[in-house]
Write a protein that binds this ligand. Structure first.
Ligand code: 2AM
Length: 178
């Protein structure tokens, strides 16, 4: 079984801008350059035959390139505790359309892809109970915007748990064209 997800890699200038936002929260585990990604759909634990079916479905997706921009900041919380900080992404509509196609590809490969509300985001920090307040970070980056940078492919990634957080391995790439 492999833990798979489908994501966009932010181009280098955007990854630099993302790394610039990192700080101001004590006890946060800031993500490194290789960990920065925008998830289109989380596929969960997938066996080899289903992974092959998924790869075939993803290869059939037809979607245009995305002019990716950073926009604002946010956090996710569960049970009253913030567990991650992120920077938002635009254009929301285009990213949503692409995420829908990717989720559909997953379902057509027989995977139970959840239909969660899609919030285009790039996680920059993971937090735990010992982490400090996040208001400084959220206030500082609330109005963040960036130039658009063209993204002309998306990838299938495996998430592996490592000692310093998750490592994400690129398994396959698919073009955005048309
Ligand atoms: P996150 O960055 O908001 O935590 C690999 O785990 C990627 O899949 C992460 O970007 C994570 O989003 C995303 N993801 C979406 N749904 C998930 C889930 N139910 N469990 C784990 N990761 C999920």
């Amino acid at each position: 079984m492999k833990r798979l997800f489908v994501a966009l890699e932010p181009p280098l200038p955007l990854r630099r801008a993302l790394i610039n936002t990192m700080g101001m929260v004590s006890g946060a585990r800031w993500q490194n350059d290789a960990q920065l990604h925008l998830t289109l759909a989380f596929m969960g634990d997938v066996d080899e035959p289903a992974a092959e079916a998924l790869d075939a479905m993803l290869a059939m997706i037809s979607a245009p390139p995305v002019a990716l921009r950073l926009k604002g900041a946010g956090s996710f919380a569960s049970r009253g505790r913030v567990h991650s900080l992120w920077i938002g992404a635009d254009p929301r509509e285009a990213l949503e359309q692409l995420a829908k196609k990717v989720s559909r590809a997953g379902r057509e490969a027989g995977l139970p892809v959840e239909e969660r509300a899609f919030v285009p985001h790039i996680t920059v920090a993971r937090l735990n109970a010992a982490s400090g307040p996040v208001d400084g970070f959220l206030g500082q980056w609330a109005d963040l915007t960036s130039e658009p940078h063209n993204v002309d492919r998306f990838g299938l990634y495996e998430s592996r748990m490592g000692r310093s957080g998750s490592a994400y391995d690129l398994l396959a790439e698919y073009p955005l064209q048309g």
